[in-house]
Design a protein. Structure first.
Length: 312
């Protein structure tokens, strides 16, 4: 919640500034700075960020915890909010990948180990059996936030492999996987169970909230296609083995045909781009390509080559 508040303050500051409410901007800026200092000072556990504290002051999501040693959300939002110390945030994400993601089971857990015997009260999640839903199962919202965080860190390999793991169709590629998953392979499940005898079994399907985050993780963060402030922004972060991809986007009557090639095997970086055959000016390193949005029954062909400027 601390990282989310930090992200919310950052999102609202430009709105307040545009309205001339500089007193509010100043108050929010000071509060955000104090919040970040507190989070990095008190919530850092050594290899990851803690989830919180119990009423008696005992840490939750700490290496000293017998149950819920590490939580996914605190690590991802340290990146997504932009508030975490960069080195610590990357270290926290590496810890989450090591502790919570299993290629053997194909699951990315919310936290581990699940609550079972602790006398402490973490809230309603303890009411679920261990490994079910929020009690240490795969909770798809949180796993998708990890995809977004890896893409924001520029690691397309981690982001791409995790998104593929979360793709429901990949839980039903063989008859044995289908019988394990037991739910529809063509819609997003809110959760997948992680403990025997239900390892890999899907839970609540047709979950529109998680489906929305899956679309945003894939389209806006891996493929890097987003609409913002009157511009079409393109800033891909893909696995370095991808040869490229194509996207067709319809917006305000205009059709955008986007073709991205990756001849140099990189995750991120635009070496060259052109719109309708006209080369685009070079943006600062790391900046997305920004194209003014158009209206009406027109089309726009966008061609992008990934790589560094030296690799053109």
């Amino acid at each position: 919640m601390g990282w989310f508040l930090d992200a919310s303050l950052a999102a609202f500051m430009p709105i307040a500034a545009a309205r001339g409410d500089m007193a509010r901007v100043a108050a929010w800026t000071a509060h955000a700075a104090a919040l970040r200092a507190a989070l990095d000072g008190e919530a850092w556990d050594g290899d990851w960020y803690r989830r919180g504290w119990f009423d008696d002051g005992a840490p939750l999501g700490s290496s000293t915890s017998d149950e819920c040693r590490i939580d996914s959300i605190a690590q991802s939002w340290a990146v997504i909010s932009g508030g975490g110390d960069p080195a610590r945030a990357r270290r926290a994400m590496a810890s989450a990948a090591r502790e919570l993601v299993s290629t053997e089971t194909g699951l990315a857990l919310l936290f581990a180990p699940p609550f079972d015997h602790t006398p402490l009260d973490p809230g309603y999640i303890k009411g679920y059996p261990p490994g079910i839903r929020e009690n240490g199962g795969q909770y798809t919202h949180a796993a998708l936030w990890s995809v977004i965080a890896w893409a924001m860190l520029g690691d397309g390999n981690q982001a791409g492999s995790l998104l593929a793991m979360l793709n429901p169709i990949n839980h039903s590629l063989t008859p044995s996987e289908l019988h394990r998953y037991k739910v529809e392979p063509y819609v997003v499940a809110a959760d997948i169970y992680s403990r025997p005898p239900n390892v890999g079994r899907g839970g609540w399907t047709w979950y529109t909230g998680a489906a929305g985050w899956m679309q945003r993780a894939g389209l806006e963060h891996l493929l890097g296609v987003r609409i913002r402030d009157g511009f079409l922004e393109i800033d891909p972060c893909i696995p370095d083995q991808w040869p490229g991809f194509a996207v067709t986007l319809q917006h305000l009557g205009c059709r955008y045909d986007i073709s991205v090639t990756n001849p140099h095997g990189v995750c991120r970086g635009i070496a060259a781009a052109e719109v309708d055959g006209v080369p685009c000016p070079q943006n600062p390193a790391g900046a997305p390509l920004r194209i003014p949005l158009q209206r009406g029954a027109v089309s726009c062909a966008i061609r992008i080559i990934l790589g560094s400027r030296q690799s053109q």
